[in-house]
Design a protein around this ligand. Structure first.
Ligand code: PAF
Length: 292
C-alpha cells in the first residue's frame, strides 16, 4: 500500500490506470467499518485508491472543519489488511494551490434537503470530487449511500460534464441498534448516543407504514417527525423521488426517505432508498450498478 501525498506522487498510479479498472474510494478519513465496506466493494472491481482529505471547501463557516477527526496513522492501519494499492492523502495546499479559484457548480439535485441548509456544501463536494477524479483517473468511484444526496448530486455532475467514470453507491453499514455508521458518531456520548437511534427508528416506522399500504407523502412525513421527538432539532424528514429529488405527489416509484437531525453536538443524516410498487416495497440503490 503506497502512501501518496502530492500530485507528483500520483504518477506512480500510471500502471494501475492503464488497466482501465482503477477504483477510487473518496473519504475524509476517520475511517470506520462503513468506509472499510466501501473499500471491500471497490476491491471486487479492480485495484483501489483510497483518498483521505478533509475538504475545507465543503464546510460552511461555523461548521466542524477544525474539529473534524483526523488520524492518518490509524486510518492507514485500518486500511492495510484490505490491501488497497494506494492511499492519496494530500495536504490542503496540494489540493488547493490557488485559493478561491474556479469551482464546479452542481445541478438542481443540490438545491433540496442538505443543499438548502448548508449553502455551498455541494459546490465544495462537487469541486473536490471532480479534482480527485481528474488527479487519480479511476474507471469507477464508490460512495456511501448514507450520503444519498451527495451520490445523486455527483451522479448529475458526472453525467452533465461527461466525466469518464462510473459511480457506485454502496449500502450503509449500521451499528447493532441501527445507528448509521458515521465519523461524526464520535461526537455522541451517553444519552446523545442513545437518542441518536431515533433516525433509524423513524425510517423503519415509515417503511412499515409503506408496507402496510400507506401511499400519502404527508402522513409518512408526519410519521417520520413523530419518531424524531428524541432529536434536539429536526432539519428535515422528507420523502423525495430518486433520482431528481423532487417531491412526489404520492409515495410511489423509487423513493428516498431522508432525515437530517441534530442530537447533542452531532448533525446526523440517514435515509432509506425504496422501490414502492402498488403492493410491494423493496430496498433499492440510488445509482445504476449499486446493490440494494
Ligand atoms: O463523503 C465524504 O466523505 C466527502 O463528502 C467526500 C466525498 C470525500 C468529498 O470530500
Amino acid at each position: 500500500m503506497e502512501l501518496l501525498r502530492t500530485r507528483a506522487d500520483l504518477a506512480r498510479l500510471a500502471p494501475l490506470r492503464s488497466g482501465g479498472r482503477l477504483v477510487l474510494v473518496p473519504t475524509m478519513g476517520a475511517l470506520h467499518a462503513g468506509h472499510l465496506s466501501l473499500v471491500e466493494r471497490a476491491a471486487a472491481l479492480g485495484p483501489v485508491v483510497v483518498s483521505i482529505f478533509v475538504n475545507p471547501t465543503q464546510f460552511a463557516p461555523g461548521e466542524d472543519f477544525a474539529h473534524y477527526p483526523r488520524d492518518l496513522e490509524q486510518d492507514l492501519e485500518r486500511l492495510r489488511p484490505l490491501g488497497p494499492a494506494a492511499v492519496f492523502a494530500p495536504p490542503v495546499s496540494e489540493m488547493y494551490p490557488h485559493p478561491a479559484g474556479a469551482a464546479v457548480e452542481p445541478g438542481p439535485r443540490a438545491d433540496a434537503l442538505c443543499g438548502a441548509r448548508r449553502p455551498g456544501h455541494f459546490r465544495g463536494v462537487a469541486t473536490v470530487v471532480v479534482k480527485l477524479l481528474n488527479l487519480v483517473g479511476p474507471a469507477t468511484a464508490v460512495f456511501g449511500r448514507k450520503d444519498a444526496q451527495q451520490c445523486l448530486v455527483l451522479d448529475e455532475v458526472v453525467r452533465d460534464l461527461d466525466l469518464p467514470v462510473r459511480l457506485i453507491d454502496a449500502p450503509t453499514l449500521r451499528e447493532p441498534d441501527g445507528l448509521a455508521m458515521s465519523s461524526r458518531n464520535r461526537y455522541l456520548e451517553g444519552d446523545d448516543r442513545r437518542r441518536a437511534t431515533c433516525l433509524w427508528r423513524a425510517l423503519r416506522a415509515a417503511q412499515r407504514e409503506l408496507e402496510a399500504g400507506e401511499r400519502g407523502v404527508v402522513p409518512l412525513e408526519e410519521l417520520l417527525a413523530l419518531h424524531l421527538a428524541d432529536a434536539d432539532v429536526v432539519e428535515y424528514a422528507e420523502v423525495r423521488r430518486v433520482p431528481d429529488l423532487s417531491r412526489p405527489p404520492r409515495a410511489e416509484g423509487r423513493l428516498l426517505l431522508a432525515i437530517a437531525a441534530r442530537v447533542g453536538p452531532a448533525r446526523l443524516i440517514d435515509n432509506l432508498v425504496l422501490d414502492v410498487g402498488p403492493r410491494e416495497v423493496r430496498a433499492a440503490s440510488l445509482l445504476e450498478g449499486g446493490q440494494p
